[in-house]
Design a protein around this ligand. Structure first.
Ligand code: NDP
Length: 274
């Protein structure tokens, strides 16, 4: 019998995680089975308990259950504590271990896949939700020079800046208060989901700046389209982050880091196919 893994979410039908983990398993010759499980909005803990009882070894967690997974875990990695959310669970006789691989996936995609070294950069992070919070610790760990967190509801950005102040040079502000030039501008809001771009002040993009949208899709996101118009020469969406956070989870579960380049290329081709 293959070891069982799954991703829990609601909705979950369009999740790419089963295809990504199947590709990792084939590439590393690991025997495992990975499903997508739709958990009821009020039934996440029950769905996970059923999966563990059926022999599940580990799980990924996506919208809207990452904070509930954080509460469900009986022990947490330091990066899951800092993120306040869990996207990766491992089940063992001692209980449920919770980790968060999203921020590591982001940093690996930007630093390695896109070849954009992070140390010393001035970074603007748009958003103060779960994805933004998970990214802050790993971004600061790379040695960025300065991080501005800007959010529609400014108090949430201020709260995050206060929380992470011991770990680096961080400030929080509202979207209307953004000032300065940035080398890296990351959209961690869900504005692109609504087809909206976030208006940034003229001159926000330093020469050679990278605009990165955590969202991805068949077409360029409104944030990236606006970035191009504003003069950004480098833009990237979050498909690489998705693959890299999965690779980090796979490493945790199986003790082997899969190669991501071919998996990302396949996924990109499938996304672009009509
Ligand atoms: P949350 O719901 O936790 O947070 C949403 C954030 O977006 C908040 O900061 C919210 O601001 C802001 N926001 C929502 N609508 C607008 C708008 N119209 N204008 C400006 N700001 C807005 O979502 P997540 O943090 O979980 O996810 C954010 C994005 O990141 C999503 O697009 C998601 O798909 C993507 N993501 C990608 C991953 C990947 O692997 N590529 C992994 C995880 C997430 P406010 O606080 O004011 O409400």
């Amino acid at each position: 019998m293959s070891d069982r893994y799954a991703v829990f979410g609601n909705p979950i039908a369009h999740s790419k995680s089963p295809a990504i983990h199947a590709a990792f398993a084939a590439q590393t010759r690991q025997s495992l089975h990975y499903d997508a499980i739709l958990a009821p909005l009020d039934g996440f803990a029950r769905a996970v308990a059923d999966f563990v009882a059926a022999g599940g070894r580990g799980a990924n967690v996506t919208v809207p259950f990452k904070e509930e997974a954080h509460r469900l875990a009986t022990r947490l990695t330091p990066r899951a504590v800092r993120a306040g959310a869990v996207n990766t669970l491992s089940f063992d006789p001692e209980g449920i271990a919770g980790d968060n691989t999203d921020g590591a996936g982001l940093v690996r995609d930007i630093g390695d896949n896109l070849g954009f070294p992070l140390a010393g950069r001035r970074v603007l992070l748009l958003g103060a939700g779960g994805a933004a919070r998970g990214a802050i610790g790993p971004l600061l760990d790379t040695g960025v020079a300065h991080l501005t967190i800007a959010n529609r509801s400014a108090p949430r950005a201020h709260d995050l800046a206060r929380l992470f102040a011991p770990h680096g040079d961080v400030e929080g502000c509202g979207l209307g208060e953004i000032a300065g030039r940035f080398d890296l501008l990351i959209n961690a809001t869900s504005a692109s989901l609504a087809g909206e771009a976030i208006a940034l002040p003229r001159g926000s993009y330093a020469p050679g700046a990278l605009a990165y949208d955590m969202m991805y899709g068949a077409r360029e996101t409104p944030f990236l389209a606006a970035a191009r118009q504003a003069g950004a020469t480098r833009v990237a969406d979050g498909l690489g982050m998705l693959v890299e956070q999965a690779a980090e989870a796979f490493l945790l579960w199986r003790g082997i880091r899969p190669q991501t380049a071919s998996v990302l290329a396949d996924l990109r081709a499938r996304l672009a196919a009509p």
